[in-house]
Ligand binder design. Structure first.
Ligand SMILES: [Zn+2]
Ligand SMILES: [Zn+2]
Length: 396
């Protein structure tokens, strides 16, 4: 490995199975049919997988779509929207951390007629690195505001790391603090008793040394304008309404522009893949929250265009939200039916029913856990611990 710590960071991000949010894009629309035959191996690539182009397109009045390259399972780009106004420009989801992505961001701003100095605001839809990556450097270089939901957080935050007595003392923007947070994260079992896959020692060391510089892949932005549901912000010369949409992550934020009917949907609603649902959230029933958040999208009237973080802008936001609700209802039914064979199953047992083998792992376990806990909250199943492993049993 070279002496320049930044080299290869993007690569590390895409290849290292170390954090839930690194695999969050393990979307599995096509894993939903695990029990079905798959006779058509040549499926056309999903639009979310398309490589980033350098195109700048106006997708709503004063709103430009640009694309930044990312390489994660199932994803080829992240949309970075630019919202122009008299003050300059606001950007939404400025891509992965690191030099490469930053250079692409500067290039796309230039193609749209802007410089870095024109950026007055960075909106971050949620706490995944392909969305918040460029925010901390932009803030460092221009003093741009960072808008995110008030609960914006990552696994390094004490709230998601259990309630260790010393967790409040960790500074995640210091190398040692981050290393300690990582160690603690990987040492703790999951709430369902599973083991977390550990990253390599080399990766841990590289992460520890990457430091708190503005270009560091592990720098975590702190919102300067934390938003709550219903709050408004003026961007692109009009008011946008914040919509807290927990599900994909607990801190997910959408923005709605009532004047033109545009909705920035982040990863909450994507055009052709279904977002991962994490079971590791501050809420006891994240799937119920996701259903509520999707229902809000489905019930919106006067939507003219949905602007997702991956894939093409689309018009039928309500239909797409309904589809994702149906998808998860079907997954719940699969679990209900599997209880005949698995009357006392673990999260791992049900994961193997829900997911294809290539998807097995903590991400799939976490999503399975969210579904099981939803059924438990509905009163359909009980959970008990046997040898530190959660087991689920039908109540009747
Ligand atoms: Zn995401
Ligand atoms: Zn994403």
């Amino acid at each position: 490995m070279g002496a320049t710590p930044r080299t290869g960071h993007e690569h590390a991000l895409e290849n290292t199975p170390f954090m839930p949010h690194d695999h969050h894009h393990h979307h599995h629309e096509h894993d939903a049919d695990a029990a079905q035959e798959d006779p058509a191996p040549e499926r056309t690539p999903k639009q979310e997988q398309e490589d980033a182009t350098t195109d700048i397109t106006e997708v709503a009045p004063g709103v430009l779509r640009s694309q930044l390259p990312i390489s994660m399972p199932g994803l080829g780009h992240v949309n970075c929207y630019m919202l122009e106004d008299e003050r300059g420009v606001a950007i939404v989801d400025p891509g992965l951390p690191g030099e490469d992505s930053w250079n692409h961001l500067v290039d796309r701003l230039g193609r749209a007629g802007f410089t870095v100095d024109n950026v007055h605001t960075v909106v971050v839809t949620h706490s995944h690195p392909d969305h918040f990556g460029g925010a901390i450097r932009m803030h460092a270089e221009t003093g741009a505001d960072i808008i995110a939901h008030e609960t914006f957080s990552t696994i390094f935050d004490p709230a998601e790391s259990g309630d260790d007595e010393d967790s409040g003392n960790l500074d995640v923007n210091s190398a040692d603090g981050r290393a300690a947070a990582m160690e603690r994260y990987f040492a703790a079992p999951t709430p369902w008793g599973g083991k977390r896959p550990r990253p390599s020692p080399e990766f841990m060391e590289r992460m520890r040394r990457s430091g708190g510089t503005s270009g560091s892949m592990f720098g975590i932005p702190a919102p300067t304008q934390p938003m709550i549901d219903g709050q408004t912000v003026k961007l692109a010369r009009r008011e946008w309404v914040a919509m807290h949409t927990p599900g994909h992550t607990y801190d997910h934020l959408c923005l709605f522009d009532p004047e033109h009917g545009a909705v920035l949907t982040g990863d909450h609603v994507l055009p052709s893949i279904t977002p991962h649902i994490s079971g590791l959230t501050p809420d006891s029933d994240p799937l119920a929250l996701f259903f509520d958040s999707l229902r809000r999208m489905a019930d919106m009237t006067d939507v003219s265009i949905a602007l997702p973080a991956h894939g093409h802008p689309f018009t039928d936001l309500g239909g797409r939200a309904e589809h994702i609700i149906d998808h998860h209802q079907e997954r719940l039914d699969i679990i209900r039916n599997a209880h005949h064979e698995l009357p006392n199953g673990t999260v791992m047992d049900f994961m193997r029913v829900l997911f294809r083998e290539r998807s097995w792992g903590e991400m799939a376990e976490s999503e399975t856990y969210a579904h099981l806990e939803h059924l438990r909250e509905l009163g359909e199943i009980n959970c008990h611990f046997d040898d530190s492993l959660a087991r689920y049993t039908p109540t009747s």
